[in-house]
Design a protein around this ligand. Structure first.
Ligand code: TGC
Ligand code: FAD
Length: 400
């Protein structure tokens, strides 16, 4: 049987978001796309294999305005939410490790300083962080406190007009590279600057006595991202390193809203990479005398993958425009993070299957994305946590 083969329709024709973008948004997306394809993708498999984050690319990431991208002033790009989402999507089309680096620097290190810091703190850290000269990280999770950060044990006590910080943070992206860490810790009732067991943000700087950032080696996911612990043994933190405007769990959770929003876009970048690889492979791979793309079972899988990417992108676009008007609520962020990441992971697994044995080779991006997405499914609120956030909102009953 001879099979007629036409050009495949790109996903952008189905989502048709292109028509809704401004000139500037397209320009930002295309710049990041070029960077990822030319400067990162040729090294992607090797970096993953060797467990290396490409620190040499930090100046270029900064030059594209991707560090603290949505912040106004302080040398930041002041991008809108759509432009930011598109940029992160292109980064994660390359690798989740690249996007994690930018998410953590912007949404989780610079944003807390911008939102909760004093003018002096913003002037001191933000411009250098935007230029990529100072790298930050965000310490919320602990060995015994993940989904339930309110149970954290990190604690700061007041002594002679200074804070003494003790605790261990676990699974911290960028920790081994970071010059500073935004660490969330409890202060006791009666101590200055806090209510009963209030949670505060401390900017801990590399070089402070008692502060260490051991790396976590041997991850089988996000291998091109530097992950580590933050260990604090009687670290003396001066008042000028405490974020004055953050009290309570709402502080770190407000930062997570920003990062989760970015992830909802970014996961679709990984999904697109997997989908495109699967379509191209299926059009070329001949079995039973015909391309496997001519088989209905393969087409059904590709259609499901495409449908979910397009639906996810339309939702992300809608939510991003709402965010630009300051109308996005955290439950919408949970919906987008949960939906898009869960589908991206399913899409990566489907693509892996379509590639057959070749699907497990690092020569193709699919297995790398599939493994990376296992982390994305868990971090920034697990799939279950976002289900429970939505369940609580929809029923009015807390099921945590
Ligand atoms: P709950 O009683 O719900 O809330 C405590 C206080 O926080 C406020 N709040 C929020 N504020 C802003 N934005 C949100 N999304 C908020 N959600 C809650 C809330 O109003 C309350 O304020 P107040 O003033 O009344 O005290 O707290 P809960 O203890 O029941 O737990 C809530 C829960 C489970 C949803 C939350 O703790 C949660 O989201 N858990 C998941 C933890 C998580 O996402 N960790 C992420 C760590 S960082 C990370 O993974 C980075 S990976 C980065 C990368 O590499 O890309
Ligand atoms: P747990 O909270 O122990 O959860 C285990 C399982 O139980 C999950 O399936 C969870 O959904 C489920 N579960 C928990 N509670 C409930 C419940 N009430 N009902 C039903 N099911 C429940 N953290 C940071 O602070 N900063 C970072 O930069 C950072 N980077 C990370 C990078 C990587 C690569 C990874 C893997 C993690 C990172 N994290 C970071 C930590 C991440 O946020 C946590 O792993 C995540 O919040 C889950 O916590 P946990 O791993 O302790 O799992």
């Amino acid at each position: 049987m001879s099979v007629e083969i036409h050009e495949p329709m790109p996903l952008s024709s189905l989502s048709a978001i292109e028509h809704l973008l401004t000139e500037e948004e397209r320009m930002i997306r295309d710049t990041v796309r070029r960077f990822i394809r030319e400067r990162f993708l040729p090294r992607a498999g090797k970096l993953f294999e060797e467990e290396q984050f490409p620190t040499d690319l930090i100046p270029e990431i900064a030059a594209m305005g991707l560090l603290g991208a949505t912040i106004e002033g302080y040398g930041c790009a002041g991008m809108g939410a759509v432009a930011y989402g598109l940029a992160l999507q292109e980064l994660e089309y390359g690798d989740g490790g690249m996007r994690s680096f930018a998410s953590v620097q912007g949404s989780l290190s610079m944003y807390p300083i911008f939102r909760f810091g004093s003018d002096a703190q913003k002037d001191r850290w933000l411009p250098r962080m935007a230029r990529g000269e100072l790298i930050g990280c965000f310490g919320l999770t602990e060995p015994d406190s993940g989904s339930d950060p309110g149970s954290m044990k990190t604690y700061a006590r007041r002594e002679q007009g200074r804070w003494i910080l003790n605790g261990t943070k676990m699974w911290i992206t960028n920790a081994p590279l970071a010059h500073l860490a935004v660490v969330w810790g409890k202060v006791k009732e009666g101590d200055a600057m806090g209510g009963p067991d209030s949670i505060r943000g401390f900017v801990v700087e590399r070089g402070m006595a008692g502060f260490e950032t051991p790396g976590i080696e041997g991850k089988m996911s996000l291998r091109a991202s530097a992950t580590g612990e933050l260990v604090m043994n009687d670290v003396v933190v001066p008042d000028e390193n405490v974020l004055p405007k953050a009290t309570g769990l709402g502080g770190p959770l407000a930062c997570l809203n920003q990062a989760r929003f970015g992830i909802s876009w970014a996961a679709l970048g990984a999904a697109k990479s997997c989908y495109e690889t699967a379509v191209n492979y299926a059009r070329e791979r001949i079995q039973f005398n015909a391309p496997i793309a001519s088989k209905q079972l393969i087409q059904a899988q590709l259609v499901e993958m495409a449908s979910e990417i397009v639906k996810g992108e339309i939702m992300s676009y809608h939510f991003a425009r709402l965010k630009e008007q300051d109308k996005l609520i955290p439950q919408q962020v949970s919906l987008a993070k949960k939906n898009n990441v869960a589908w991206a992971l399913k899409i990566a697994r489907l693509a892996r299957g379509i590639l057959g044995g070749n699907g497990i080779l690092l020569e193709y991006p699919v297995i790398r994305h599939m493994l990376n997405l296992e982390s994305v499914y868990t971090y920034e609120g697990t799939n279950e946590v976002h289900t429970l956030i939505l369940g609580r909102a929809l029923t009015g009953i807390d099921a945590f």
